[in-house]
Design a protein around this ligand. Structure first.
Ligand SMILES: [Zn+2]
Length: 167
């Protein structure tokens, strides 16, 4: 399922004059130590341009919510790899800014998938549920990813308009 993401972001970045080195997608079955720290569910390590996916968790999401919930996680991590290629990760931005942008970029990808006629009914809602579920209210925590409302809003804004992610 990552080929679609590779092709889409490869084309997107090419139009911006950036060559996309596809991230390696490494699947595993529990928490895993990576050069960037512990990967619990889905995790992007920029040092190695690798997405680590805990398939036990991915399968749980897919069976509890739907396949697009797991797909949202993967699309979000791809968003981080796109950020890396655009130099966003070198700008010392607050984590929450980068996380919401990754949610927005996940929305861009869902929109492209929709235009290809490849989304099933309910897929967008599953993405929204996932974005909402992964929100948190730990504002003071440096790893704060955004509230449920912010994350769902970021996903939906990317879905509507890709340029919204870069404002
Ligand atoms: Zn993230």
């Amino acid at each position: 399922m990552s080929q679609g993401l590779d092709a889409f972001w490869g084309g997107f970045l090419q139009r911006l004059g950036v060559k996309y080195t596809y991230p390696v997608v490494h699947t595993h079955k529990g928490a895993e130590m990576t050069p960037c720290g512990l990967a619990m569910i889905a995790h992007y390590c920029s040092q190695t341009n690798t997405i680590h996916l805990n398939m036990t968790q991915m399968n749980k999401l897919a069976s509890r919510i739907g396949d697009s919930a797991a797909y949202f996680s993967l699309a979000h991590e791809y968003g981080h790899s796109v950020q890396r290629h655009l130099g966003m990760l070198d700008k010392n931005l607050p984590v929450v800014v980068l996380e919401l942008q990754a949610d927005c970029l996940a929305g861009v990808f869902f929109s492209a998938t929709k235009q290809l006629g490849l989304l099933e009914p309910g897929d967008i809602e599953e993405g929204v549920i996932m974005a909402t579920m992964t929100g948190d209210n730990h504002y003071e925590d440096p790893s704060h990813h955004g509230t449920s409302k912010q994350r769902a809003k970021a996903f939906l804004s990317g879905l509507r308009n890709p340029t919204a992610c870069f404002q």
